[in-house]
Design a binder for this molecule. Structure first.
Ligand code: HXC
Length: 264
């Protein structure tokens, strides 16, 4: 898999981590159909690949993660049916919701519109100082179409989300960290990538089922009432109690040695 180029997405395997690069640096990684389809396909492939335990997404070039949808590609004269046909299969962001492995965005520079929505759909965001976030869609006569109106309020609360959604104003990395968009800050783009890869590497060594179930419980639970969420947690917990990796973790603790997990 190393170094294979899939249209506008580069896929590189580093140990048990898959690094996906949005590869349109000249257009600041604006998301065109090629990126949409390439990213969906790449995510499905690496999620299925047993050699991969965690995923990092990064933008190519010095200037940013992504400036969002390719504005030059937004065709205002398409019929509603043609537009719907074009947008429906572009479940490029929704694919992240069904990805079982943890996905970390390593963000630098511009993180705007659909680029920010992509980042919001990831599990964690490591952000370089100098990054700028905004959802400027209303200034283009649109609203976010990649989950921004739904994921941002869930992540940072309705009040702060509406501020960003209504004004379209940019915020910097410090503010993104303060309000809970950024999980961690890094001094530079290379450090953001290094930190994202480091976290991914750690996660890739953990018992795979536990990592996938904890993500499922937290994410799915957010859309449930508390009682249903707790029920889901209990059933996933119960499944793990009989897993070989859990038994191995306990045995390794008893024997004072490093556990050898098999992902079972
Ligand atoms: C297509 C884009 C682009 C975009 C930049 N480029 N943003 N191409 N779509 N969204 C291209 C420029 O045309 C230019 O190509 C090159 O990238 C460099 O950009 P410049 O504008 O020359 O750079 P600069 O002056 O530094 O300004 C950077 C910028 C500005 C502030 C990021 O480009 C900008 O405001 N871009 C639009 C950002 C935006 O509104 N994004 C939201 C999109 S709507 P050339 O060939 O001319 O050199 C959205 C909806 C999501 O995302 C829906 C969900 C699916």
């Amino acid at each position: 898999m190393t170094g294979i180029k899939e249209k506008s997405i580069l896929i590189e395997q580093r140990g048990a981590v898959a690094l996906l690069t949005l590869n349109r640096a000249k257009a600041l990684n604006a998301i065109n159909d090629s990126i949409r389809h390439g990213l969906s396909e790449a995510l499905r492939n690496v999620d299925e690949d047993p050699a991969v335990g965690a995923i990092v997404i990064v933008g190519a070039g010095e200037r940013g993660f992504s400036v969002g949808a390719d504005i030059k590609e937004i065709r205002s004269h398409d019929s509603p049916i043609a537009t719907r046909r074009r947008l429906i299969p572009t479940s490029w962001i929704e694919v992240l919701d069904s990805t079982r492995k943890p996905v970390i965005a390593a963000i630098h520079g511009f993180c705007l519109g659909g680029g920010m929505e992509l980042a919001l759909a990831c599990d964690l965001r490591v952000v370089a100082i100098g990054s700028e976030f905004a959802l400027p869609e209303t200034t283009l006569g649109l609203i976010p179409g990649g989950g921004g109106t739904q994921r941002l309020p869930r992540l940072i609360g309705l009040s702060r989300a509406l501020d960003l959604l209504l004004t379209g104003e940019r915020i910097d990395a410090d503010e993104a960290f303060r309000i809970g968009i950024a999980n961690r800050l890094a001094e530079s783009s290379s450090e953001a990538l290094a930190e994202a890869l480091r976290i991914a590497e750690v996660l890739s060594t953990r018992p795979r089922a536990a990592i996938s179930y904890v993500k499922e419980a937290a994410r799915a639970g957010l859309d449930m009432d508390l009682a249903s969420g707790l029920k889901l947690e209990k059933s996933l917990f119960a499944l793990l109690t009989s897993s070989p990796d859990r038994a191995e973790a306990a045995a390794a603790f008893r024997d004072k040695r490093k556990p050898i997990f098999t992902g079972a």
